[in-house]
Design a protein around this ligand. Structure first.
Ligand code: GRF
Length: 204
C-alpha cells in the first residue's frame, strides 16, 4: 500500500467523530492516519480521546490572536510541522480566513449534521425540527470559504419522527456521522474522490 495520508483533525468539543476516524484508521489497509489533533478550546473533551489513542495534540486558542488570519497562520504552521496532507474538521467551531481555505482547497473536509444545503450554521437539529422535515442526516463536504457550502462528498439520511427532540435526532444523526466520515476520508485519502474545478469527481 502507498504511504498513509497524514491527517489532522480539528476539534472544539466532544470529539466523537475524531474517535470514529481514529478507530477506522487503525485498519492496516485504511489510507489515512490521524497524525495530529488540533483544538482551539483547552477544555475540549476530544483532547482526551487523542491522549488515550496516543495521538499528538496541540491547543491553539483563537483568543490569543488579534485577527483570524493570525490564528490560521498558527494552525497552518502546526500542520506544516506535522507534515499534514489532509485536514478533517470535526466540530471545529471557527471560520477560517479565505487564504487558509484556498491553500487547503481539495484537502480539507468538514462534517455537518444536516442534509446540506438545508440547515447551515448552528442549532442545526432545531432548524430541522422547526422546518418539520421528515428526513434529516449528515454531510461530508470539501471546505470552501462560504460556510457549509462546499462540494458534497457523501451524505447519509435518517428519518425524523414526530416525537423527536433535538437530543434524539442528534443521536440518530451522530451514529450515521461516525460511519460516513471515515468512509469519506477513505475516498479522499486513496484519491478516488477529488475536487476539480469546484466539483467533486469520483474516479472509482
Ligand atoms: C457533529 O455533529 C458534527 O457534525 C458537527 O459538530 C458535531 C461534533 O461532534 N460539525 P463531535 O465533537 O465529533 O462529537
Amino acid at each position: 500500500m502507498t504511504k498513509k495520508k497524514r491527517t489532522a483533525v480539528l476539534i472544539s468539543g466532544r470529539g466523537s467523530n475524531l474517535a470514529a476516524l481514529i478507530e477506522a484508521s487503525r485498519a492496516p489497509s485504511y489510507p489515512a492516519e490521524i497524525a495530529l489533533v488540533l483544538s482551539n478550546v483547552e477544555t475540549a473533551e476530544g483532547l482526551k480521546v487523542a491522549a488515550t489513542a496516543a495521538i499528538p495534540s496541540k491547543i491553539i486558542s483563537h483568543m490569543t490572536f488579534p485577527a483570524r488570519e493570525d490564528f490560521d497562520a498558527a494552525i497552518d504552521a502546526a500542520l506544516a510541522e506535522a507534515n499534514i496532507d489532509i485536514i478533517c474538521e470535526a466540530g471545529f467551531m471557527r471560520i477560517h480566513s479565505d487564504g487558509f481555505v484556498r491553500k487547503w482547497l481539495g484537502r480539507m473536509l468538514n462534517i455537518h449534521p444536516s442534509l446540506l444545503p438545508a440547515f447551515k450554521g448552528i442549532r442545526v437539529h432545531q432548524q430541522a425540527l422547526d422546518a418539520g422535515v421528515r428526513i434529516s442526516g449528515c454531510t461530508v463536504h470539501f471546505v470552501v470559504p462560504e460556510l457549509d457550502s462546499g462540494p458534497i462528498i457523501a451524505q447519509a439520511a435518517v428519518p425524523v419522527f414526530p416525537d423527536d427532540t433535538v437530543a434524539t435526532l442528534q443521536q440518530r444523526v451522530l451514529l450515521e456521522e461516525h460511519k460516513l466520515y471515515p468512509a469519506a476520508l477513505k475516498q479522499v485519502a486513496e484519491g478516488s474522490v477529488v475536487l476539480r474545478e469546484g466539483k467533486v469527481v469520483f474516479l472509482g
